[in-house]
Write a protein that binds this ligand. Structure first.
Ligand code: GRF
Length: 196
């Protein structure tokens, strides 16, 4: 599920194409914005998609439309790749521990929509990205994997975002493969990743 640029979606598709995600089957894309660039990427990789706009739908209608598609397609795992809409607890519970999100900071530091800017303003010397399971709170949920970057003098929101994005494109596909090959075990907040 995506709302915008779709570079993480593309990174996953590229890794799949390279043969690095043998247990991942990328079946469908949902976007909630007609202008989302992710649509073009889906077209390029022949991935079916639906545009389900939040506008004109109540939250329940919006989510029901998505859930109906997922049910019909037997979707097992949901990847939020820059999906900018908060999902209800009803939706999240249906896919409990089967929804992953990527956030551009080392959570629990700097949740929210301006993670990179917040890290710079706070004077952090390190930030990064986090892949986590989605729970009912925003940018919360058990952390699966993180990657860090250093903040340099004169770092800007753009330069930091670009640095972090490189790491996002590395760890997100990696986590997806681990999840789809049943290598991630979750017990409450505790995550165990088996290496074999
Ligand atoms: C990324 O920075 C991600 O961390 C955040 O939204 C952005 C999505 O970028 N959740 P893209 O659409 O994958 O290029």
């Amino acid at each position: 599920m995506a709302s915008g640029r779709g570079s993480n979606f593309q990174a996953i598709l590229k890794e799949k194409q390279k043969g690095n995600l043998p247990d991942v089957e990328i079946s469908h894309l949902i976007v909630n914005k007609r202008k989302a660039q992710a649509i073009k990427i889906a077209g390029k990789y022949n991935i079916p998609y639906n545009i389900i706009e939040s506008k004109g739908n109540t939250r329940t209608e919006f989510e029901k439309k998505i859930l109906d598609i997922f049910k019909e397609k037997n979707i097992e795992i949901i990847v939020l790749a820059g999906f900018m809409r908060i999902l209800t607890s009803n939706f999240i519970n249906i896919y409990k521990n089967r929804i992953i999100n990527i956030h551009p900071s080392l959570l629990p530091a700097f949740p929210g929509a301006h993670a990179q800017r917040d890290a710079i303003e706070f004077g952090a010397t390190k930030s990064g990205c986090t892949v986590h399971f989605v729970d009912e709170d925003v940018d919360s949920g058990p952390i699966i994997m993180q990657a860090s970057v250093n903040l340099e003098k004169g770092e800007t929101e753009n330069s930091l975002s670009a640095k972090i994005l490189v790491k996002e494109h590395q760890i997100f596909p990696k986590v997806l493969q681990l999840l789809c090959s049943n290598k991630i075990e979750i017990n409450d907040q505790n995550i165990k990743i088996s290496s074999d």
